[in-house]
Design a protein around this ligand. Sequence first.
Ligand code: SF4
Length: 349
Amino acid sequence: MATPEARANPMLTPNKIGITKKEYQGSASTLCTGCGHDSVTLHIISAFYDLDIDPQNVAKFSGIGCSSKTPAYFLSGSHGFNAVHGRMPSVATGAAMANRKMVNIAVSGDGDTASIGMGQFIHIIRRNIPLLYIIENNGVYGLTKGQFSATSDKGSALKKGSTNLLEGIDLCLLALELGCGYVARSFSGDAKQMLPLIKGGLSHRGTAVMDVISPCITFNNHEGSTKSYKFVKDHDQAIQEIGFVPSYTPIDVDYEDGTSKVVEFPNGAKITLKKIERDYDATDRNAAFKVLHEAKSKGELLTGLFYVDPNTRPFQEVAQIVETPLVQLTVEQIRPSKAALAEVMESLK
Ligand code: SF4
């Protein structure tokens, strides 16, 4: 039963594993007041708290940029690695291979991911390393004073007036092309949509990509920007209503009228997808390509879960990595026997 202190302050109410929401926080943010990234941080804290995940079992990764500073602002009791620019996926891949038991989350930006880190982004998806990869996408390099990034939309304008003449990279389309089994887009200010998407991504057995439009209040929040608060609020079209149901909660969804669909993850958790206006099946990869290409050509901003395949095989399984964290293996377990080495030598003759 909640104590009077906890009733007065929800941050002090413990979850099912006895940890308060306050304990899922990190250090105080040093970002500009109003930065979209701080909202994403709050949603991440809520998701981990709601899912009763012990921060000690979490590994968080980031690269360089305003967004990559944010893992310091959540789950201070977890493991973290702030990698060099664009190289976070390599570090996350190594960590995930060395320890299959951790819950992995990566936070990067459009600069860190879509330019210097593009090669690494491609290969972490191709390998299907289990982690939730959030891109806090604001279309500019905030840390270096607001130049266009590779995800800036063609025709969008900088604060000082110059126009972007190049096509923006759609990270959701790219992730789909690479075979990603969980592809979503959301808006930092939309807690209702962000929360179930984060929880679903954390339940996915592979790389889950979430492209989150997260406005830069200082350099890209003006008229002419396609990543400003106003533009997103005016143009956001959610393709479905999303819910998340933990594995321990039974649900009763009406399948008959075609308005809802339930996708179940191997761990028993479920995502519920409720039709809003359009007919959309998030388990149909071709439909995801179609809707995203159409949106791009029309200049529409679609958000929601574009594609989910809950039964993908993570790379550790493909590579037959043992379930035991490598650090816990004994020397006898990791060192090949004399007979095994002799067999290898013989096979090479
Ligand atoms: Fe956020 Fe932009 Fe400030 Fe960076 S410069 S902290 S992205 S508002």
